[in-house]
Design a protein around this ligand. Structure first.
Ligand SMILES: *[C@@H]1O[C@H](CO)[C@@H](O)[C@H](O)[C@H]1NC(C)=O
Ligand SMILES: *[C@@H]1O[C@H](CO)[C@@H](O)[C@H](O)[C@H]1NC(C)=O
Ligand SMILES: *[C@@H]1O[C@H](CO)[C@@H](O)[C@H](O)[C@H]1NC(C)=O
Length: 512
């Protein structure tokens, strides 16, 4: 007990002492789930409570990497880079990893692939990112396969630009040979051309494995299916920091090829792929940016620099205003609340991004904020903040919300008001036809995207739509959509075991 408090204290000290801004755009947190002030949609409340109970999700400790892990969809890395991943870890600690890169945000137009071989050794539990395990890795070989002459020339030009000397790598005569594998890094280690591509495998230095059970629908026999997820370290949002950065957060998780969520149209395609047959994912329609409604975190999220949180947003398209609740926690399952921020403001009409295809650029203004400390550590911290820097000094109490708008925010929590942020949003539909909202990744250095050139080029983990504009679910839901069914169940009919099961199934985390 003592030890865990010391850890929590240390984590907070780190976060606050660094003076970093720790919440995100609309960053606020949420007051208690049961707070009467929050107009909770039943499904949003259900989703969050279930996250807080942490019933379904458990960490696999010590982490077990052995197996084949795959992306469940097209991923976006800062840059942007569009990719899918297929990583194999063997019992003798060797690994073979494929990274397939694409020109387009649907991962249908492959440009090149990297084949990465090496060895990994798990070390101790991380005390910076609670719940994670640190690892050492060593690369034996990195090879690249191009899928067109154009892709090859672009890569050669990129290497050229960075001034990395890589003469041995350049294919003779610069003519593309289909299927040829060129070595970027060889076992002999004479020449390392990976840096010129901004390539590093530091993601392997921070790992976490989680498992949970996905309930099945009645017609598929009762029961549940186990899902295993592998979280690997995050990629720095700043290109120039990428090669040095040691991760403190995670990327979108890979799933075990034998234990992944269903349905997952991309999983089989990625599982079967190799460097000569890159995965081409199924076409997806581009969705209009219909933000209206309620959106909630689909998991306990982790931010670089130690924070665990869940987010809940309400967007009102009629007057382009938004409200956000940011619930912060001290533990990786989001069970021990530390503080909640409620923020509100306006947003502008979005425009398609020319930098990140498939994304929409928006500007968010934060004009009001309220803070609710949820534990003693936070109360003491807020209580001792300088006069006029965070609400009424000395009047903080656990569970009591105070307005910090008149002090222009809360310096101790990095909240500045009024405040503008340049955002990147994307809407997707998952395998169950539910709407997912991807909001731009926060700058890894903890700053805020308050200038045009700090606008994100990648995304955080998606929010799940849990209520439509008028408290109903989105109109575009199909009639057979289990989510819609569960909404009806929830708003009207009394709960029966069947409705409950459908409801559970509808709320499952899904990453397709
Ligand atoms: C790479 O740089 C060399 C000299 O620095 C230049 O001659 C060559 O054309 C460049 N190649 C590409 C593909 O840009
Ligand atoms: C915007 O409209 C919504 C719903 O119609 C309302 O609840 C909210 O208070 C309005 N916000 C502002 C800032 O006018
Ligand atoms: C908060 O500050 C007030 C006034 O200085 C003090 O009486 C109270 O004990 C403090 N509470 C905590 C938890 O630090």
């Amino acid at each position: 007990m003592l030890r865990s408090w010391a850890l929590v204290g240390a984590a907070f000290f780190l976060a606050f002492a660094s003076g970093k801004k720790i919440w995100d755009v609309p960053r606020a947190h949420i007051s208690q789930v049961n707070s009467a002030k929050v107009r909770w949609e039943p499904q949003c409340q259900y989703q969050l409570r279930h996250l807080q109970d942490g019933v379904r999700i458990s960490a696999v400790l010590p982490a077990r990497l052995e197996g084949h892990w795959i992306s469940t969809g097209c991923e976006v890395r800062p840059g942007p880079e569009f990719l899918t991943r297929s990583y194999m870890f063997f019992a003798n600690r060797l690994f073979k990893a494929y990274q397939f890169y694409y020109r387009d945000p649907s991962c249908r137009d492959p440009t090149y692939s990297l084949v990465i071989k090496g060895k990994i050794r798990l070390r101790q539990a991380s005390w910076i990112t609670l719940g994670a395990t640190e690892a050492d890795y060593h690369l034996h070989k990195v090879g690249i396969v191009f899928y067109s002459q154009r892709a090859m020339l672009e890569t050669v030009a990129r290497l050229n630009q960075t001034g990395v000397r890589c003469s041995g790598f350049l294919p003779a005569g610069r003519t593309w040979v289909p299927g040829a594998l060129y070595e970027l890094l060889s076992a002999k280690g004479e020449e390392d051309c990976t840096h010129g591509l901004g390539f590093a495998m530091h993601e392997l230095s921070l790992v976490r494995v989680e498992k949970y059970h996905q309930p099945l629908l009645l017609q598929h026999n009762q029961g549940s299916r186990q899902v295993e997820e592998l979280y690997l370290g995050d990629i720095h949002t700043e290109w120039s920091e990428r090669l040095q950065y040691r991760p403190t957060g995670y990327q979108r998780p890979l799933q075990n090829a034998m234990h992944h969520i269903h349905p997952c149209p991309a999983c089989g395609i990625i599982y079967r792929a190799d460097e000569h047959n890159p995965p081409v994912l199924p076409a997806r329609p581009e969705l209009p940016m219909l933000l209206s409604g309620h959106w909630v975190s689909s998991r306990c999220e982790v931010r670089p620099a130690v924070l665990f949180l869940t987010r809940y947003f309400i967007f009102h398209a009629n007057n382009r205003s938004w409200e956000g609740y940011y619930h912060h926690y001290s533990d990786p399952l989001c069970k021990q609340p530390t503080f909640t921020v409620y923020a509100l403001g306006h947003y502008n009409e979005g425009a398609p991004s020319r930098i990140v295809r498939g994304g929409t650029e928006l500007v968010f203004k934060v004009t009001h904020a309220r803070v609710t400390p949820m534990d003693q550590v936070t109360v003491s911290m807020l209580n001792s903040s300088d006069f006029g820097s965070c609400g009424e000094a000395g009047s903080w109490h656990i569970g009591q919300e105070l307005d910090v708008t008149h002090t222009n925010g809360c310096a101790a929590l990095g909240i500045k008001l009024p405040h503008s942020e340049y955002e990147l949003f994307r809407l997707e539909r998952d395998g169950k036809d539910r709407s997912l909202l991807f909001i731009g990744e926060r700058p890894t250095d903890g700053s805020s995207p308050n200038t045009l050139n700090k606008r994100p080029t990648s995304y955080q983990s998606p929010l799940l739509q849990c209520g439509g504009p008028s408290g109903t679910l989105a109109r575009h839901s199909l009639p057979h959509d289990p989510e819609r069914l569960s909404a009806q169940v929830n708003h009207g009919a009394p709960k029966t075991p069947l409705s409950l099961l459908v409801f559970l199934a509808a709320l499952m985390v899904n990453w397709d």
